[in-house]
Design a protein around this ligand. Structure first.
Ligand code: DUC
Ligand code: ZN
Ligand code: ZN
Length: 476
């Protein structure tokens, strides 16, 4: 079966071009530039009566987006993230994301491969779109270091997340971090770092609770940007000691942390970072500081930052300058009922996480409308760079011959209104309730199959495939 996507503007990481896209089976077969190539579909390669024509006039034709940081049904904070791989990947698809990279978890004392097998079991037959895994190392020791080699060589897992926060849960100390970095330097893997100084945060949390400061806003106040910047800087220096091990800072939220990344990159270091839509738009005062217990909806770590400081403007600038290379969601949803409510009277018991896997493409497109990002940079930060960063390029992340036909038709004249009433994530609230966005996901194709048409979902559970990943393209 061939499909001709006709009349649209294809957005590549180097800019928009007026071109038609030919899809053969699961792959992109050709791009036909209008005005220079074939004027009629029947003149093109491989066209016949079985060619379906999709009219993309007035639409952007972009690569299916890749969310490189999600946590479906993650056991965390005494509960489990409320989106399953079924509900979460369906919502992702509706929002224009055709691949996620989720996190398999090795808990302290567990065999790494057992953790990975558990995540393969969770995803089997459940996903609506393609997916890969990073591996969270909850305990760095001789066995897990050996396992890193095996995962890179044989399991298609080339990135490992470590935590400088959450003592007693996922926390690794500096010695463990250094050992994992040394191993990554040897086998080419990427170390992904949750960069917050956990032990110092725990002191501030205890002191706040002793003062009776129990509301959600204190989650943010007890995680000051200095403790993100310090951990980011420490991770960068530890990576330097590990012979410039490739380092990727996840969910960067603060200006001072960005400064550390920028300085390292200016020195030519193998240091990369992502941010998330919540840090680009939301604030400690307006959301986390909402009256009563409302702020719990926005408890996530790293936390939302003060709107009185320049974090949001600095992060947008970082995206333009490539000091921030990727926008992921850190999708880790919890319902208010029975989940976030666990922290009424004690903010430290609120499960950390925000759901947003459905909205990243739209929220970043708003950045284009607002002239904070170019069209090319939109596509690069949500699709092309994640593909390259996480070893899935050129299979994913680009509209080019030979790539998977993961394609989104994006309608710049459409409107998206975000609400719990209309979203598809398994959450009983929306972190973006009432937001109106210029632009709308119209059609989504995953490996040549139309899974969203006119905004309506047409795919099916179980069609998503595991994507084994190679090493990051960005390493030197
Ligand atoms: N931060 C969150 O907010 N949720 C999941 C894990 C994390 O690091
Ligand atoms: Zn994290
Ligand atoms: Zn995360």
């Amino acid at each position: 079966m061939s499909i001709l996507i006709k009349g649209g503007t294809v957005v590549t990481p180097t800019g928009p071009i007026e071109a038609d896209v030919v899809v053969e089976g699961e792959k992109i077969a050709a791009l036909v530039t209008r005005g220079y190539g074939f004027s009629e579909p029947s003149e093109g390669p491989g066209f016949g009566s079985s060619t379906a024509v999709v009219d993309a006039t007035g639409k952007y034709v972009i690569p299916g987006a890749i969310d490189g940081h999600t946590h479906m049904q993650m056991p965390f904070g005494g509960t489990e993230a409320s989106d399953t791989f079924d509900t979460g990947t369906r919502a992702a698809a509706i929002g224009g994301t055709t691949t996620i990279v989720d996190f398999a978890i090795q808990r302290y004392g567990e065999v790494v491969q057992d953790g990975l097998a558990a995540w393969h079991a969770k995803t089997a037959g459940e996903c609506h779109i393609d997916y890969g895994f990073h591996m969270i190392l909850g305990g760095v020791d001789d066995d897990s270091l050996k396992a890193m080699d095996q995962l890179v060589a044989s399991e298609g897992i080339t990135s490992f997340k470590l935590f400088m926060a959450y003592p007693g849960v996922f926390y690794s100390d500096d010695g463990q971090i250094l050992r994992a970095m040394q191993k990554a330097r040897e086998n080419g893997a990427l170390i992904m770092m949750h960069a917050e100084n956990g032990p110092a945060i725990d002191v501030l949390v205890k002191q706040a609770l002793e003062r009776g400061e129990t509301d959600p806003v204190y989650h943010g106040i007890t995680r000051p940007q200095e403790l993100e910047a310090e951990a980011t800087s420490r991770a960068i220096w530890l990576a330097s000691v590990a012979a410039d091990c490739p380092l990727y800072i996840v969910h960067l939220s603060a200006s001072k942390a960005l400064e550390q990344v920028r300085n390292a990159r200016d020195l030519g270091r193998n240091v990369f970072a992502e941010t998330c839509p919540q840090y680009l738009y939301l604030t400690l005062e307006d959301q986390l500081g909402a009256p009563g217990f409302e702020g719990a909806k926005w408890v996530c770590s790293t936390p939302l930052r003060s709107g009185k400081e320049s974090h949001r403007a600095d992060l947008w600038q970082g995206l333009r300058t490539n000091d921030l290379s990727v926008v992921s969601t850190d999708h880790c949803p919890f319902c208010m009922k029975d989940q976030k409510e666990m922290g009424i009277g004690d903010f430290s018991k609120i499960p950390n996480g925000i759901g947003g896997v459905e909205h990243r493409v739209d929220l970043l497109y708003q950045g284009v409308v607002d002239k904070k990002l170019s069209l090319a940079r939109w596509v690069e930060t949500i699709a092309t760079t994640p593909a390259r960063m996480f070893g899935m390029y050129p299979k994913k992340g680009i509209i080019a011959p030979g790539s998977d036909a993961d394609i989104v038709l994006y309608d710049p004249n459409g409107r998206t209104r975000i609400s719990v009433e209309t979203h598809h994530m398994n959450m009983d609230y929306s972190a973006w309730e009432g937001w109106e966005i210029d632009g709308r996901v119209d059609t989504v194709m995953s490996r040549g199959e139309v899974i969203v048409a006119g905004g309506e979902y047409q795919g099916r559970k179980g069609r998503g495939r595991y994507v084994p990943r190679t090493l990051s393209e960005y390493l030197v």
